[in-house]
Design a protein around this ligand. Structure first.
Ligand SMILES: CSCCC(=O)C(=O)COP(=O)(O)O
Ligand SMILES: [Zn+2]
Length: 204
C-alpha cells in the first residue's frame, strides 16, 4: 500500500466515525491528513459533498497553497487554507473541522471573551494537561467570510503541534499528530462543550 492509500484510508475511517456522530450536518465540515512533508502535500475533503457517504471522490491531494497537486475535477474544501495554516506552522499530521450545535453555542456565549477556559476537568488530559491546576484554553476567533482573512487570523491562534480553535457561530478546528489524536481532541472538546452547556442550564 502506498503512503497516499494508507493516509486516504486513515482519513476515510475518521470521516466515517464522525459521520456516525452526525457531525457533518448540511454538508458542513472538512478534514485533512498530511501525506508528504517536502514538498508539503495533504489530502483534503472535496467541497460541498455529503460527508456521511464514503466514495472514491471524497478527498483530493493539495499542495502547501491548497491547490490541487494532481489534475482533478474535484474542488478542495472552501476552508482548505485553514488546513494549510496548520501544516505550514506545526508538525501536525491530521486536522478536523466540524460544526456542531454545542460548539456553535459555546462560541457565541464566550465569543466576546475571545476564549473559553477549562480547568479541573478530567478530559483536558486528552491535550496532555495532567497537572492538577492545568487550564485548557480554546481561542475563539471571528467568522470572517473572507477565507484568506479567516485563515490569517486562525494562523495567529495556532501555538502548538496539537490544539483547537473555535470559529464563532461556525465550528471548531482541531489538529494533532495523526487521525487518532485529532479525533481524540475533537471528542474531548465536544464533551467539554456539552458539559459546560448542561452545567449552565442546571445552574439557571
Ligand atoms: C454548508 S457548510 C458551509 C461551509 C463550511 O463551513 C464547511 O465546513 C464546509 O465547506 P466545504 O467547502 O469544506 O464543503
Ligand atoms: Zn466550516
Amino acid at each position: 500500500m502506498t503512503a497516499l492509500q494508507d493516509k486516504w484510508l486513515e482519513l476515510a475511517d475518521v470521516k466515517d466515525e464522525l459521520a456516525v456522530r452526525d457531525w457533518f450536518m448540511g454538508t458542513s465540515g472538512n478534514l485533512a491528513i498530511k501525506v508528504a512533508d517536502e514538498p508539503l502535500e495533504f489530502l483534503v475533503t472535496a467541497s460541498g459533498k455529503d460527508k456521511k457517504k464514503r466514495t472514491d471522490e471524497d478527498f483530493l491531494l493539495v499542495d502547501a497553497n491548497g491547490q490541487p497537486a494532481v489534475e482533478t475535477s474535484l474542488k478542495p474544501s472552501a476552508e482548505t487554507l485553514l488546513h494549510c495554516a496548520i501544516y505550514g506552522k506545526t508538525s501536525a499530521g491530521c486536522s478536523l473541522h466540524v460544526h456542531t450545535v454545542a460548539n456553535n453555542v459555546i462560541s457565541e456565549l464566550y465569543g466576546d471573551a475571545g476564549k473559553i477556559d477549562f480547568q479541573g476537568q478530567e478530559l483536558i488530559k486528552a491535550f496532555g494537561l495532567w497537572e492538577e491546576d492545568a487550564v485548557l484554553t480554546i481561542p475563539i476567533i471571528p467568522n470572517h467570510a473572507d477565507i484568506p482573512k479567516l485563515a490569517h487570523e486562525f494562523e495567529s491562534s495556532i501555538t502548538a503541534d496539537k490544539g483547537a480553535v473555535l470559529i464563532r457561530n461556525h465550528g471548531i478546528t482541531v489538529w494533532g499528530k495523526d487521525g487518532f489524536e485529532a479525533k481524540k481532541l475533537l471528542e474531548a472538546c465536544e464533551f467539554l462543550f456539552q458539559y459546560q452547556l448542561a452545567l449552565q442550564l442546571h445552574l439557571k
